[in-house]
Ligand binder design. Structure first.
Ligand SMILES: NC(=O)c1ccc[n+]([C@@H]2O[C@H](COP(=O)([O-])OP(=O)(O)OC[C@H]3O[C@@H](n4cnc5c(N)ncnc54)[C@H](OP(=O)(O)O)[C@@H]3O)[C@@H](O)[C@H]2O)c1
Length: 245
């Protein structure tokens, strides 16, 4: 039996991954804050033959992580795959005027994720196998004026992952930093995005599932974002600060 832990399982991208993973040989531990959505995903997995446990948690409240990890240990002897997928996309202009909102967004998107990675690293290192995957974003590759609060939270996780990946490599555990571009999910609903660059959660999920299996370190999804971000990272600061991005 393959044990798969999905944190933030109600995310559209995570749900699409779960659908690809779900079959008779899989046991899921799905956590999220919306029990109705969580139960619907769990039912769908059971129809596909998987075993499923669900856990209700507000991931931004780090004091709730203890109970979640206790339950994970209760259900799984070891963990084969972890996907951390929760996240929030704040309005940058609101963050600029509201310190509390900025800190709340950094907490949800960076601190809570890093707290869980710290625990997972120790669990996975001790078991000496497994794959960790975290959804960050291309937004973390460069601080843009239109979304640097969200981008800096994702960058913090990516940098944390870079160091952690090197630590875990020695114990046979892989860490995949998943960096999606624009994906058509509730998070991006109503945003004026260039439609040609927007991918479906299903397209993104196929690349994620394959990439995690192949133990890829940094996975741009879809692949063309690797090229776009290479160009964006190459723009010198004296030009970058003049651009409207
Ligand atoms: N969509 C994009 O264009 C895009 C691009 C780059 C990166 N990403 C990243 O991809 C990941 C998945 O997002 P998505 O696109 O699939 O959007 P989504 O469907 O809106 O998923 C976001 C998920 O995060 C959950 N969440 C937020 N705060 C939480 C909390 N405090 N406790 C528990 N769950 C919480 C939400 O739960 P509820 O269902 O309860 O709201 C939701 O399931 C995120 O990390 C996001 O930053 C998305």
């Amino acid at each position: 039996m393959k044990n798969i832990l999905v944190i933030g399982a109600t995310s559209a991208i995570a749900t699409a991954c779960v659908r690809l993973w779900a079959n008779k040989g899989v046991a899921f531990f799905l956590s999220g804050r919306n029990s109705e959505k969580l139960n619907a995903i769990a039912d769908d997995c059971r129809v596909r033959g998987a075993e499923v446990n669900t856990f209700n948690v507000d991931l931004a409240d780090i004091s709730q992580h203890n109970a979640m990890f206790a339950e994970i240990a209760n259900k799984f002897n070891d963990i084969d795959v972890v996907l951390i997928a929760h996240g929030t996309l704040p309005e940058q202009s609101k963050c600029e005027k509201d310190v509390d909102l900025t800190l709340q967004e950094l907490n949800t998107n960076a601190v809570a994720t890093i707290a869980m990675l710290t625990r997972l690293a120790n669990i996975m290192e001790e078991q000496g196998k497994g794959s960790i995957a975290v959804i960050t974003s291309v937004a973390g590759d460069r601080g843009r004026p239109s979304n640097y609060v969200y981008g800096s939270a994702k960058a913090a996780v990516s940098t944390f992952c870079e160091g952690l990946r090197a630590r875990l490599f020695k114990s046979g555990v892989s860490l995949t930093d998943i960096r999606p571009g624009f994906v058509d999910t509730p998070m991006t609903q109503g945003l004026p995005l260039p439609q040609k660059l927007v991918a479906s959660p299903e397209t993104v999920a196929k690349r994620i599932v394959k990439g995690v299996e192949r133990r890829i370190s940094v996975l741009y999804v879809p692949l063309f974002w690797a090229g776009i971000m290479f160009i964006i990272r190459s723009i010198p600061n004296f030009i970058f600060k003049r651009l409207k991005l």
